[in-house]
Design a protein around this ligand. Structure first.
Ligand SMILES: [Zn+2]
Ligand SMILES: [Zn+2]
Length: 294
């Protein structure tokens, strides 16, 4: 199985878009990418806008290669209602648009389904279901909270298993914080876990220290009880420059067990480029350059 993160915070945008290729099928999870509208009270820097365009082009190219497109929930960093043509003739597996969903995503889902009318080869609501493509089985969790509670709605985690290995892509769990988010990972027993790590850039106000502790102990349990060899952690966690320190105990446990923890960029063999987390520096270096002009 080949796992290719396409866009992510460690690559400079907000996304968990991932291309997966098995012997049987090519699958694109969450074909969307976005930017933080305001960070340090600053709008996206031009480098972020340029990266956003690059990443969207890369997602579209992968969508052309894929037979199956999955959408785990209806936030705009996970799907893009502006270009429904991406779904043309594809098999589309969607988070249920009306059950276990909050009000804002329910509206977005309804609008999105209208836009999709007549475009994909098929549309299925995937929550809690599994789909076979040859020997590859794609399994979706029951809806789990988007983070520690359901204020931001629900997401489906995705497991892809071929004859050789298993990937779990957690979507926006911001942790994992809850028992059911963690339970799906334990059940699937993945070799590779692509995790939305804890939302520590909002630690102490939108994300509690208690939730961070839960995430740490859940990750320790996952490393203890599953075969996982690689944990890719990105998305909410990589909006925090101190992400490594936040997960200190997890890195220690991983080292003892021989588990590799990396970002999406590192998984691809690239340098981390946390453009949003460095937005203040990006603007400051523009100012420094400007000051040198005649
Ligand atoms: Zn989300
Ligand atoms: Zn997201």
């Amino acid at each position: 199985m080949r796992v290719v993160p396409i866009a992510a915070e460690s690559l400079g945008t907000r996304s968990m878009a991932t291309f997966v290729e098995t012997r049987d099928v090519r699958i694109l999870i969450d074909p969307g990418v976005a930017l933080g509208p305001s960070r340090y009270r600053l709008p996206p820097h031009r480098l972020e806008l340029a990266r956003l365009a690059e990443h969207w082009d890369a997602i579209k190219a992968r969508a052309e290669e894929a037979e199956v497109l999955c959408v785990t929930h209806y936030h705009y960093d996970h799907h893009n209602p502006e270009e429904p043509e991406v779904y043309r003739d594809r098999e589309v597996l969607l988070k249920h648009p009306a059950e276990k969903i909050n009000r804002s995503q329910k509206k977005r889902a309804r609008d999105f389904l209208k836009l999709l009318e007549g475009i994909p080869a098929s549309v299925e609501y995937a929550d809690g279901r599994e789909f076979a493509f040859g020997e590859t089985v794609v399994r979706f969790s029951q809806p789990v909270c988007h983070g520690a509670d359901s204020r931001l709605g629900y997401v489906t985690e995705v497991s892809i298993r071929d004859g050789e290995s298993c990937l779990v892509h957690t979507s926006d769990v911001e942790g994992p914080v809850t028992r059911d988010q963690t339970g799906f990972i334990l059940e699937e027993d993945p070799d590779v876990l692509y995790l939305d790590g804890p939302m520590t850039y909002m630690l102490g106000y939108r994300f509690s220290r208690g939730s961070l502790q839960e995430a740490i102990s859940n990750l320790e349990e996952i490393m203890e009880k599953t075969r996982v060899g690689t944990v890719i952690t990105d998305h909410h966690l990589l909006r925090d420059l101190a992400w490594r320190e936040r997960l200190g105990p997890v890195f220690e446990a991983a080292e003892k067990r021989g588990v590799k923890i990396c970002t999406a960029a590192e998984f691809l063999g690239q340098e981390n480029e946390l453009l949003e987390a460095r937005r203040r520096e990006l603007y400051a270096s523009d100012d420094a350059l400007g000051a040198g002009d005649p």
